[in-house]
Design a protein around this ligand. Structure first.
Ligand code: BGC
Length: 469
C-alpha cells in the first residue's frame, strides 16, 4: 500500500523517453521562433546574439581582468592567456559576497559595490597603474548590441535590483568606476556565463561549440550559422547564440508536464511566470521542489508519522545541496539520516529511504530535461551542417552538474541524439577565464581585420598607380 502511494507522488516527475523526445521537439520549434526576425520579440526562448563570431584558434595571448557576476558570488580575476602553453591561467582572484539586501537594492549600489571590489583587487595586486582589457561575465539575459553594449532584459535567480532592466550594463559599470575616479579599465567585452564556459573550453578543445550551465540557473549557448540569425545582417560565418533556454515554457508549452509542485515553486518565486524550464532544473529551485513533495507526503501521513517540523515547513530550508548529499551512492543513506535529524524530523529508516527516492527522482528529472534540451542543440548543429554524424564538445559548468551523477544526462542525450557523439568538458573557472578569452579572440579578430585592411589598402594603391599610368 505505502509504496504505491509514494509512487503516486513521484510518477508525474518521471518523464518517458517519448515525452523527452516531445520536449526536445518543442524546443526545436522555439529555437526557430527565437531566431526569426518577426517572431523573436515574443519568443520565450530568446536566442540572443552574442557578437562572438569565433571560438579560439589557439593564437590568443595577453593579460586580462575578468569580472563574474551571476551566481551566489561576485568574483574578480586577473587572467593570463599563454599561447605557448595553450593555457588560460588564473593569476589571482578574489571573491566578494553580494549580500541579500544588495541583490534586491538599487542598481547603483550594486555597481558601486562591484567597482569597489575591482578597485580593492587592483590595489592589492599592484595593477592599478595598468589599463587592462576587461571581460565581464554577466549571467542574465541581455540584448547585446555590441560586444561592449548589452541591455539587461530582466533579472533572474533571485536578483532584482532597481533601475537596471532596460539599461546598458557596461555603461552602468563604467559610470560606477568613473564615480570613483581612481583607476581605469581598457576595452570591455560582455559575456554570458555559458559563452565564457564555451570559450574557455574552446582554447583546450577547438571543437567546443556549445556551453552549458546547470547551476543556480540553467542555460546554454552554441555556434549558429549567421544566415539563420535573421536579426543579424550577413550570410557567412557563425555567431554564438545565447539561447536563454531557462525561459522555455514561459508561453505555457510545458504546462502538461508541470507538477503541482512546480506550479507552487513558480508562484512563490520572485519572478512568477518566467523561467519555467529553469525552475524544473536548476539549483535555485530543486531543493524547494523536494521540500514541497516531502511536506505533502507528510500531510498525507506517508512520512515522519505525519509530523512536519518547523524547518521542513519553511520555504527554502531544504537546500539543493542536501539532494546531492542524500543521493551519494555510498554515504547517501547516512547523510539522509543526518539531514533529517538536523531538520528536526522524527524519521524512521523507511522515511529515510523514501526521502532518498524523492531526491533521486527530482534530480533525475532535472538531468533528463537538460538532456532533452542539449539534444535539440546538437541535432540542430548537425542539421545546419548537413552532417550524417556530428562529433562535438560541450563545455559545462555549474554546481548541479558537478555535484550530481552525470551519467543519466549523458545516456539520455545519446538516446535523443543518436547521430551525435558528444564529449563533455567540465570547465574550471570557465565564466571568469572565458570572459578573458572572448576579449582575447575579439582582439585577435580586430588585429586580423586591421592587417587585411592594410593589405587591401596596399592593393588599392597599386591599382590607383596602375590607373594613373
Ligand atoms: C540566466 C542566464 C544564465 C543562467 C546560468 C539564467 O537564470 O538567465 O543568462 O546563463 O541563469 O547562470
Amino acid at each position: 500500500g505505502g509504496d504505491l502511494r509514494v509512487e503516486k507522488y513521484l510518477q508525474p516527475f518521471q518523464l518517458s523517453p517519448e515525452t523527452l523526445q516531445e520536449v526536445s521537439a518543442r524546443l526545436r520549434k522555439d529555437l526557430l521562433r527565437g531566431l526569426g526576425k518577426h517572431s523573436h520579440h515574443k519568443a520565450p526562448v530568446k536566442m540572443l546574439p552574442t557578437f562572438v563570431r569565433a571560438t579560439p584558434d589557439g593564437t590568443e595571448k595577453g593579460d586580462f581582468l575578468a569580472l563574474d557576476l551571476g551566481g551566489t558570488n561576485f568574483r574578480v580575476l586577473h587572467v593570463r592567456v599563454e599561447e605557448e602553453a595553450q593555457k588560460v591561467l588564473k593569476m589571482d582572484s578574489q571573491i566578494c559576497a553580494i549580500p541579500q539586501e544588495m541583490m534586491l537594492g538599487t542598481g547603483e549600489q550594486l555597481f558601486d559595490h562591484i567597482a569597489t571590489c575591482l578597485g580593492d583587487f587592483l590595489e592589492s595586486h599592484n595593477l592599478k597603474g595598468q589599463t587592462l582589457p576587461l571581460g565581464f561575465t554577466f549571467s542574465f539575459p541581455c540584448e547585446q548590441l555590441e560586444i561592449d553594449k548589452s541591455i539587461l532584459i530582466r533579472w533572474t535567480k533571485g536578483f532584482n535590483c532597481s533601475g537596471v532592466e532596460g539599461k546598458d550594463v557596461v555603461q552602468l559599470l563604467k559610470e560606477a568606476i568613473h564615480r570613483r575616479g581612481d583607476y581605469h579599465i581598457g576595452s570591455v567585452a560582455m559575456v554570458n556565463d555559458t559563452v565564457g564556459t564555451m570559450m574557455s573550453c574552446g582554447y583546450k578543445d577547438q571543437s567546443c561549440e556549445i556551453g552549458m550551465i546547470i547551476g543556480t540557473g540553467t542555460n546554454a549557448c552554441y555556434m549558429e550559422e549567421i544566415k539563420n540569425v535573421k536579426r543579424i545582417e550577413g550570410e557567412d560565418g557563425r555567431m554564438c547564440i545565447n539561447t536563454e533556454w531557462g525561459g522555455f515554457g514561459d508561453d505555457g508549452c510545458l504546462d502538461d508536464i508541470l507538477t503541482e509542485f512546480d506550479v507552487e515553486v513558480d508562484k512563490t518565486s520572485i519572478n512568477p511566470g518566467v523561467h519555467i524550464f529553469e525552475k524544473m532544473i536548476s539549483g535555485m529551485y530543486l531543493g524547494e521542489i523536494v521540500r514541497l513533495v516531502l511536506v505533502k507526503m507528510t500531510k498525507d501521513k506517508l512520512l515522519f508519522k505525519g509530523q512536519i517540523s518547523e524547518a521542513l515547513g519553511t520555504c527554502g530550508l531544504f537546500e539543493t545541496k542536501f539532494i546531492s548529499e542524500i543521493e551519494e551512492p555510498d554515504s547517501g543513506l547516512e547523510n539522509a539520516k543526518k539531514i533529517l535529524t538536523e531538520l528536526g524530523l522524527d524519521w524512521s529508516l523507511v522515511d529515510a529511504s523514501v526521502v532518498r527516492l524523492v531526491c533521486d527522482t527530482i534530480s533525475s528529472r532535472s538531468a533528463y530535461l537538460c538532456a532533452a534540451a542539449l539534444a535539440t542543440l546538437v541535432n540542430r548543429i548537425r542539421n545546419n551542417r548537413k552532417l550524417g554524424h556530428l562529433k562535438t564538445t560541450v563545455g559545462v559548468d555549474g554546481t548541479v552538474y558537478r555535484k550530481h551523477p552525470t551519467s543519466k544526462l549523458q545516456k539520455a542525450v545519446r538516446l535523443l541524439a543518436p547521430q551525435c557523439d558528444i564529449t563533455f568538458l567540465v570547465s574550471e573557472d570557465g565564466s571568469g577565464k572565458g570572459a578573458a578569452m572572448v576579449t582575447a579572440v575579439a582582439q585577435r579578430l580586430a588585429h586580423q581585420s586591421r592587417l587585411l585592411e592594410e593589405s587591401d589598402g596596399e592593393d588599392n594603391e597599386e591599382e590607383e598607380e596602375e590607373e594613373g599610368q
